[in-house]
Design a protein around this ligand. Structure first.
Ligand SMILES: [Ca+2]
Ligand SMILES: [Ca+2]
Length: 190
């Protein structure tokens, strides 16, 4: 029996290495694995929607003759907050818009307007807000000839601007530049 005990005890002796077995740490655990396929959060997008397909090159021709306000409303309805009557701000844009106007049946409304009343020089402004710092009128214009010329068209033949009575029915040119029409009427104070 003793021999058996000794044998058993002997076998237990090598049991020391068991401590070594428990030694292995879980250090092999995954360190900062870039496994997550999720890239950076592209949440910096603004509320800018693509222009409607009807806006080739950023502009749309309104062939149906309407009043200035009706034309502006038609433009605004295309992509609310981002479309309006064309705002011509540079000589290059005037040339481009005048070229587009050649396809229309007549002169076309543009996005320049003023409040009624006052005297020349009238404070014209863009429908997108701010003074119309670029307003290439014809030599004798604006003249407010009929007393209600608070709105502006581009003339097909001369390719320059003149003020025209708000109630006239002519074609128009819309623009999509993702800017809201914040001053798109001719009511004082609005
Ligand atoms: Ca423009
Ligand atoms: Ca005029």
């Amino acid at each position: 029996m003793v021999a058996l005990l000794e044998g058993c005890s002997f076998e237990l002796a090598p049991g020391d290495p068991r401590n070594g077995d428990t030694a292995p740490d879980g250090g092999a655990a995954a360190d900062g694995s870039p496994a997550d396929g999720s890239t950076d959060s592209a949440s910096d997008s603004v509320l800018v929607l693509p222009c409607p397909s009807s806006y080739a090159g950023g502009y749309r021709l309104v062939t149906t003759p309407m009043t200035w306000l009706a034309s502006e409303e038609s433009c605004e309805a295309d992509l609310p907050g981002q479309t309006h009557l064309v705002v011509i701000e540079t000589e290059a844009e005037r040339v481009a818009v005048a070229e587009l106007a050649q396809a229309l049946a007549g002169d076309a409304w543009v996005g320049i307007v003023r409040d009624p009343g006052g005297q020349a020089p009238w404070p014209w402004h863009y429908v997108t807000g701010g003074d119309a710092t670029f307003a290439p009128f014809e030599g004798s214009e604006p003249n407010n000839m009929s007393g209600d010329q608070f709105t502006v068209v581009i003339r097909k033949s001369s390719r320059f601007l003149y003020d025209y009575g708000v109630g006239n029915l002519v074609p128009a040119i819309c623009e999509c530049d993702n800017r809201p029409p914040i001053d798109a009427d001719y009511d004082p104070g609005t």
